[in-house]
Design a protein around this ligand. Structure first.
Ligand code: AMP
Ligand code: MG
Length: 486
């Protein structure tokens, strides 16, 4: 054992456990029998300064079964509230996850959060458990997002246990060890605002600044600067979701990270064919959280956060800051989409070219990701072919405009296509592939999970023999049914 890279060598500074009493409840994780580790993420291990291969798997299993904590941990459930589907719910909090400890790393603090750790005072009617299906979905989602350079929480490991958990049917229980710079949510601020606790509200803002955004402390008005930071990061996050076809599906304010991370994966989806109003969560009957609603919903959520800051910042200032959301999102989205189309320079006609491309994809029911990749693969023998992906009379006309547009760029075609392949993934976390991985794991085979996790961690690089992992679902396949029951 090399002392430096062992789990035991992590040190903790548990700031949250020093907050006022009602910010949290100390809870000991429930012990689950027969816990078996399925995979450890090297990407996540790096965030702790560890190497996945050298992590003691027995020790990690003990941690994830709830049997034995690491020295310095002080597990607790955080209290927060939030707006769920537009309605305020005062009785939220960590209902099935525990903040085990806040690790100290050279890159700053990292929360270790055990999801599926048993009941807490905030469980309401829930059993405090996580099932294997949802835990694998969240595990892969973090990896896929990190691979696409989209800010996210990221799980270090996923483990199955011997518990039988009742959902729509009986499912194996599991735990997920989730890492995040912070688990502070918009809902933490809403809770204090609703209780008119101005001092504690300010304390929480100071916490976010001191611990996560120390540069903002120098600013003339640090609280305003923090709100501006949240608005900017959220706009940039949503731009990335929109550019990569990701639907979060449960954008409640308790699932919104104060650091602009993608947080709390449930019935999310990366789209297959491009559907602008895709709503993967079948319990979201009105499509409140559909793909094309996400930019507006995030602004609504930011407005709720702004409301919570009204005891500390003038309403006019909050409004001005909120006004920066839309242009920030538009600018970030345009940069991402131009990169995906291989456009280095910026021209007025680009917005139309991008919009027409998406219209073409939607009309022809083409696969979103494979179409971008095919456009980038035009000089690759054995790569994806545009004609196969997009069967539509409009393709030639669009391509003509596109070729004319790229001809004014100074890069060579070869350079442009290579650059496009660095931003247009070949391996995408598609629902049917995740489902395949889940079913194998439920049968005791974790190998597909490991393979898919590896591919998603560097999704741009074509690997021999891995073609099945880049396929779209068969056209007439029934959609996998996703719900909030996770
Ligand atoms: P989510 O939409 O998954 O982020 O969950 C919303 C709220 O319900 C959070 O406060 C969770 O902690 C809680 N919750 C979800 N599932 C369970 C469960 N099985 N047991 C206890 N609490 C849960
Ligand atoms: Mg949540």
């Amino acid at each position: 054992m090399t002392g430096k890279t062992s789990l035991e060598s992590l040190t903790f500074d548990n700031v949250w456990s020093r907050f006022p009493d009602d910010f949290f409840t100390r809870v000991t994780p429930t012990v689950w029998r027969d816990t078996r580790l399925l995979d450890v993420s090297p990407t996540a291990a790096m965030r702790l300064g560890l190497e996945a291969e050298t992590i003691d798997r027995g020790r990690l299993t003990e941690l994830m079964s709830g049997e034995r904590l690491l020295p310095g941990m002080d597990p607790l459930a955080q209290k927060y509230t939030g707006h769920q589907f537009g309605t305020y719910n005062p009785s939220l909090g960590d209902g099935r996850g525990l903040l085990l400890g806040e690790a100290v790393t050279p890159w700053g603090p990292v929360d270790l959060h055990l999801k599926g750790a048993g009941q807490t005072p905030y469980s309401r009617f829930g059993d405090g458990r996580a099932v294997l299906r949802s835990s694998i979905r969240e595990y892969l989602a973090g990896e896929a997002m990190a691979g696409l350079k989209i800010p996210t929480t990221l799980a270090l490991a996923v483990a199955v246990n011997g518990e039988k958990v009742m959902r729509e049917r009986v499912e194996p229980g599991a735990t997920l060890l989730r890492l995040a710079e912070s688990h502070v949510r918009f809902g933490h601020f809403e809770w204090l605002y609703q209780q008119r606790r101005v001092e504690d509200l300010e304390r929480l803002v100071r916490h976010v600044i001191d611990r996560h955004r120390p540069d903002l402390a120098q600013s003339e008005a640090p609280i305003e600067a923090m709100f501006q930071d949240v608005v900017t990061r959220t706009a940039e996050l949503i731009a990335r979701w929109q550019a990569y076809g990701f639907v979060h599906a449960v954008m409640n304010t308790d699932n919104m990270s104060i650091l602009g991370l993608t947080l709390d994966y449930g019935p999310y989806a990366f789209m297959d064919r491009f559907e602008s109003n895709l709503t993967p969560n079948h319990t979201d009957a009105t499509g409140r959280y559909a793909f094309d609603q996400q930019p507006g919903v995030a602004l609504w959520n930011l407005t709720v956060l702004g409301q919570s800051l009204t005891p500390l910042v003038a309403v006019e200032r909050l409004r001005e800051i909120l006004d920066s959301y839309e242009p920030t999102l538009q600018a970030a989205y345009a940069i991402l989409m131009r990169a995906r189309l291989g456009l280095e320079t910026e021209r007025e006609e680009d917005a139309q070219l991008i919009e027409d491309w998406l219209t073409l994809l939607e009309r022809s029911r083409a696969d979103f990701h494979r179409s971008f990749r095919a456009l980038s693969d035009q000089d690759v023998i054995g790569g994806l072919s545009l004609g196969d992906e997009i069967q539509d009379a409009g393709l030639e006309g669009w391509l003509e405009r596109y070729r004319e547009r790229v001809s004014v760029e100074s890069r060579s075609d070869t350079e442009r296509l290579a650059a496009m392949r660095r931003v247009n993934p070949l391996y995408v976390l598609r629902t049917h592939l995740a489902q395949h991985v889940i079913e194998a794991a439920q049968e005791g085979d974790a190998e597909p999970l490991v393979t898919f996790r590896e591919l998603l961690s560097s999704p741009f690089e074509a690997r021999p023999g891995m073609q099945a992992w880049s396929e779209a679902p068969p056209r007439n396949a029934p959609p996998v049914c996703l719900s909030c029951s996770s």
